[in-house]
Design a protein around this ligand. Structure first.
Ligand SMILES: [Zn+2]
Length: 57
């Protein structure tokens, strides 16, 4: 079977990597993932420190 449907990477428009389809690189995959996540729900810029324990002794 020979696939000749080489689509360009949606991030940088380079030819896709067969193992990272439809992206050309892991980096582009990460870029797309982060975009997708930011579009789905807001990620807080700075996360508050969960547990602040003050010892007064
Ligand atoms: Zn790319």
């Amino acid at each position: 079977m020979t696939e000749q449907t080489a689509r360009p990477c949606p991030i940088c428009k380079r030819p896709e990597d067969a193992r990272l389809r439809p992206f050309c690189s892991k980096r582009c995959a990460d870029v797309d993932l982060s975009r997708w996540l930011k579009g789905s729900y807001a990620i807080p810029a700075e996360e508050a420190v969960p547990d602040v324990i003050e010892d007064d002794q």
